[in-house]
Design a protein around this ligand. Structure first.
Ligand code: CTP
Ligand code: CA
Length: 226
C-alpha cells in the first residue's frame, strides 16, 4: 500500500522512537557496538509518520536515510541516547524503544589511541548503562507518561523470555524477535506480548510489520484514550 492511502490512525499524536545500535568508546578511534542496522526502527518511524503522527527519531550510528517528515536526532552512546530521550519526552503520547542499546559501557576509555607496546594486551572494564525504556516507563508525571513499547531480541526461548521481559520492564506492549534472524535483514517475524498473552505476526518485510505494529499500538492507545 502506498503511504497516501495509509489510514491516519495516529493523527495528532506525538511519537518518540529510538533506533539503531549504540557505540561505546574504547578510545578516540575504537568502540563497542552491535549488529543492529536500524532498519526496523526507521521502518517504525516511517510507518508512524505515514499514520499521521509527529515523529521524533533518536538514532545511534546507522547508514540509513531519514524517513520523510521525521525529525531525527543522532547520538552515539547509550548515555547520549538517554539524555536525548529525556530532553524530548515531555508531551510525547507514545515511546517506542527499538534501539539495541549497549547494556554496558567501557569504564576506563582512553583519551588517546591505545598503542601496541609489546607488553600485555589492554584490559577493558565495564559498567552498566542506564535502561532508557525502564526509566521512561517508570515516569509518572502526566507530561511525560507515554504509552511505552519495547523490543526484545532474544537468541532462544522467545515466548517465555518475551513475556517475562514485558513484565520486568513494566510496559504494556513488547515486540519480540530472534536477534540473529533480524539484525541487518530486510524482513522479520515478530511476536507481540501484552497483558492478554502473545500474537505472532508472520514473516514479512520490516515496513509491513512496522505498519501492522503502528496499527496495533493505535488500537491499544485509543482504548486507553490518550
Ligand atoms: N533498552 C533500553 N536501554 C537499555 C537496554 C535496553 O532502552 N540500556 C530497551 C531496548 O531498546 C528494548 C528493550 O529495552 O526496547 C529490551 O532490550 P533488551 O536488550 O532485549 O533487554 P534488556 O533489559 O537489556 O535485557 P537482556 O539484554 O539482558 O536480555
Ligand atoms: Ca540488553
Amino acid at each position: 500500500i502506498v503511504a497516501a492511502f495509509q489510514p491516519k490512525v495516529m493523527a495528532g499524536k506525538r511519537i518518540l522512537i529510538t533506533a539503531g545500535p549504540t557505540f561505546e568508546a574504547i578510545d578516540p578511534v575504537r568502540g563497542i557496538t552491535n549488529l543492529s542496522s536500524g532498519k526496523m526502527g526507521y521502518a517504525v518511524a516511517r510507518a508512524a509518520r505515514e499514520a499521521g503522527a509527529e515523529v521524533t527519531l533518536i538514532s545511534g550510528p546507522t547508514a540509513l536515510a531519514t524517513p520523510f517528515g521525521v525529525q531525527r536526532i543522532d547520538v552515539q552512546s547509550a548515555r547520549q541516547m538517554m539524555e536525548a530521550v529525556n530532553a524530548a519526552i515531555d508531551g510525547q503520547h507514545v515511546f517506542i524503544a527499538v534501539a539495541a542499546v549497549a547494556d554496558w559501557r567501557v569504564k576506563n576509555p582512553s583519551a588517546q589511541k591505545v598503542k601496541k607496546t609489546g607488553d600485555a594486551a589492554p584490559t577493558l572494564e565495564f559498567e552498566e548503562n542506564p535502561d532508557i525504556l525502564a526509566t521512561i516507563a517508570a515516569r509518572t508525571t502526566l507530561a511525560g507518561h507515554p504509552y511505552c513499547v519495547g523490543f526484545a531480541a532474544e537468541s532462544e526461548n522467545l515466548v517465555a523470555f518475551g513475556a517475562a521481559k514485558r513484565e520486568r520492564k513494566g510496559i504494556p506492549l513488547l515486540v519480540g524477535n530472534i536477534g540473529h534472524h533480524t539484525f541487518g535483514a530486510d524482513d522479520n517475524t515478530i511476536i507481540l506480548f501484552d497483558e492478554h498473552g502473545h500474537t505472532i505476526l508472520p514473516r514479512a518485510d520490516k515496513l509491513t510489520l512496522a505498519r501492522q505494529l503502528i496499527s496495533e499500538i493505535s488500537k491499544r492507545t485509543n482504548k486507553h484514550s490518550l
